[in-house]
Design a protein around this ligand. Structure first.
Ligand code: NAP
Ligand code: HSE
Length: 371
């Protein structure tokens, strides 16, 4: 199968003759391993959809001796991230190391080398988004960041594409899985903060710098990204009122329950259309139980988007963790590959498992719905 796209400045072959797209992964932690795993496990179905094979080829780490949950040949791992962004045979780089300075340098270098970049790094986009988007545009490459907000929920695509006819007076919701997981278990099981935090770490939800999660900063980074998508402005994070969950006690959570509310760490982005002023903040708030957001529990995130045309749409789903986040990364890789191969939208729905399904007989169908 042949694919065609524009010639990249740092490519060793004419890409129009390629039958595979090679992917380099910076960071082989929670998200990096998930991305490698799902690119590998779904290789056949993705090839069926794209007409070209996606090949994860190399990944970088800090410590080669660390045990990894996802096994890859030792010669595919390196401590030299730069060698991945400089590798002329790699077409797409997934930046999954986290942090800001090194991630920024590697991303800029990848762009300069003509590589498309997918990231889950909300801190980086919040701090340097403007510069990075400009650099990607200048280099004529794509910079995709679905995984940076709300894990597996496709909120970026929904705001950019599906709700493009709307303006947004209000976007609010739960944007941090770790905090919501902690509050939910503290409330349901009466556990203390530290015990639940240890479980959240174990599950791969928590940032390397965990104050980002616990002090509301990670949710604020995500709110900045949503505000940019919704209103075209980079909201200064220093002008945001930000508070995390450290001061919430089990007694507060019980008291909220008696008011038929839940305490949730919510991000709120409002626009006043009379003067076009935007406000943004992150803080614990009492949310009435009638709201979907109040019933969004555990690691789930929930985003309520009020659009001027569509009205209110609420999206919920897993906001952190290996698989949901990798789902968003792989989705971005697929979008990029479609754009670089120039694949036109298919005339009919292309499915990953065509011709494999048949209708179930009524006797096979069981469920727990009471009518
Ligand atoms: P992680 O588990 O800590 O993994 C980071 C990986 O990057 C590790 O493999 C680490 O190597 C490697 N690394 C760090 N600095 C490096 C460097 N300078 N050179 C080479 N390798 C380096 O982090 P994560 O949870 O996967 O998060 C990655 C990114 O995704 C972050 O931006 C995070 O905010 C974002 N994100 C995470 C989640 C989630 O649920 N975890 C969800 C959405 C977005 P070692 O393993 O050798 O230490
Ligand atoms: N630490 C983040 C969270 C990961 O708990 O929401 C997902 O961005």
């Amino acid at each position: 199968m042949r694919v065609s796209r524009t010639q990249e400045p740092f490519s060793d072959t004419d890409v129009s003759t390629k039958d595979e797209i090679r992917i380099g992964i910076l960071g082989f932690g929670t998200v990096g391993q998930g991305t490698w795993k799902h690119l590998s496990e779904n290789a056949e179905s993705l090839e069926r959809i794209l007409g070209v094979r996606l090949e994860p080829v190399r990944a970088s780490v800090r410590d080669l001796s660390k045990e990894r949950g996802v096994a890859i040949p030792a010669d595919r791992l390196t401590t030299d991230s730069q060698s991945i962004v400089d590798d002329p045979s790699i077409d797409v780089v997934c930046e999954l190391i986290g942090g800001v300075d090194e991630a920024r340098e590697l991303t800029m270098r990848a762009f300069a080398n003509g590589k498309h970049v997918v990231t889950a790094n909300k801190a980086l986009i919040c701090e340097h988004g403007e510069e990075l988007f400009e650099a990607a545009e200048k280099a004529d490459v794509r910079y995709a960041f679905e995984a940076s907000v709300a894990g597996g929920i496709p909120i970026i695509k929904v705001l950019r594409e599906s709700l493009v006819a709307n303006e947004f007076p209000l976007i609010y919701g739960i944007l941090n899985g770790t905090s919501n997981y902690i509050l939910t278990r503290m409330e349901r099981e009466g556990l203390d903060f530290e015990a639940v935090l240890a479980d959240a770490r174990e599950l791969g939800y928590v940032e390397a710098d965990e104050s980002l999660d616990l002090d509301g900063i990670d949710a604020a980074h995500k709110a900045v990204i949503l505000a940019y998508l919704a209103h075209g402005m980079w909201f200064p994070i220093e002008d945001m009122s930000i508070e995390g969950i450290r001061r919430i006690s089990p007694e507060d959570l019980q008291a909220a329950r008696e008011l038929d509310c839940k305490i949730k760490l919510i991000a709120v982005i409002r626009r006043n259309f009379e003067n076009n002023h935007v406000s943004a903040g992150v803080y614990p708030a009492l949310v009435p139980m009638r709201e979907v957001i109040a019933r969004t529990n555990g690691v789930y995130n929930g985003v309520s988007v009020t659009g001027t045309v569509a009205g209110t749409t609420v999206l919920t789903g897993r906001g952190a963790g290996q698989d949901p986040t990798a789902s968003s990364v792989v989705g971005d890789v697929v979008d990029i590959v479609k754009s670089i191969t120039g694949a036109a939208p298919p005339p009919k729905l292309l499915h990953v498992t065509p011709n494999e399904c048949a209708p179930a007989a009524a006797r096979e169908v069981t469920g727990s719905f009471y009518l």
